[in-house]
Design a protein around this ligand. Structure first.
Ligand SMILES: [Zn+2]
Length: 235
């Protein structure tokens, strides 16, 4: 029976870093729409740096959400049942029995802290944007409505972004030690293969990310200090 409620103590910390490259245009921001008629109706999430520059970025929580749904799909593809993140009865059950599923045991639930943390993803090169105008869909009649034009701001392809994920108490590298470690290896493999998409317009192929220069460092606690035990490029 898996006991994944072990976050009261740190045993092993794995830090995965690398550069994400968006291979296709990236629309950051999940549907926060301003009224039609403004210059950019759907804005990417932007942040202003201390030097005054405003840059788009991908919140770590969005990135984590994308990886979680991908993980759910991969576990389902193995023929296993995956409960919804809103199935509170099942989540209560898991907590009562201390028997957490692979998804909650990795990404957390309302009853269990997450074993992974994904940092906000910032551009490392100039994140140039362009504005695209599209024809809207009439919601009532479900047809294309040329009367509704909307614009969205997108990041040009091939921008490089910082990526960092911390994994706590799951052994992933150099060899996975449980089903969650194996799942994370496969997720990272999908990032390396450019199979992960973020942002809106995913059905159009937008927001496809590839992980390059990926590497890992593994730390363990020894006499109250974090000591580096292994590192590598995952290859
Ligand atoms: Zn669960």
């Amino acid at each position: 029976m898996p006991r994944y409620d072990d976050l009261d103590r740190l045993e092993v910390l794995t830090v995965v870093t690398g550069q994400l490259v968006n291979e296709t245009p990236l629309r950051v921001g999940a549907g926060r729409e301003t009224p039609f008629g403004s210059a950019v109706d759907i804005a990417p999430i932007t942040i202003r740096f201390a030097d005054g520059r405003s840059v788009p970025y991908i919140p770590g929580s969005s990135m984590k959400g994308v990886l979680r749904s991908l993980a759910e799909a991969m576990v389902r593809a193995q023929g296993k049942v995956v409960h919804s993140p809103w199935d509170f009865e099942k989540i209560e059950d898991e907590a009562r029995n201390g028997n957490y599923c692979i998804i909650c045991g990795t990404f957390g639930s309302t009853k269990l802290a997450s074993h992974i943390r994904i940092y906000d993803v910032y551009p490392e090169t100039d994140a140039l944007t362009f504005v695209k105008t599209s024809v809207g869909i009439n919601r009532e009649f479900r047809g294309v409505d040329p009367g509704i034009l909307y614009t969205e701001q997108q990041v040009v392809p091939h921008v490089r972004w910082s990526f960092r994920m911390d994994v706590v108490n799951i052994r992933v590298f150099p060899e996975p030690q449980d089903e969650r470690g194996e799942l994370l290896i496969r997720l990272i493999g999908m990032l390396v293969d450019g199979m992960v998409q973020v942002g809106a317009r995913r059905t159009l192929g937008y927001g496809r990310l590839r992980l390059e220069k990926g590497s890992y460092r593994v730390y363990e606690v020894e006499e109250g200090r974090l000591v580096k035990k292994a590192e590598g490029d995952g290859g």
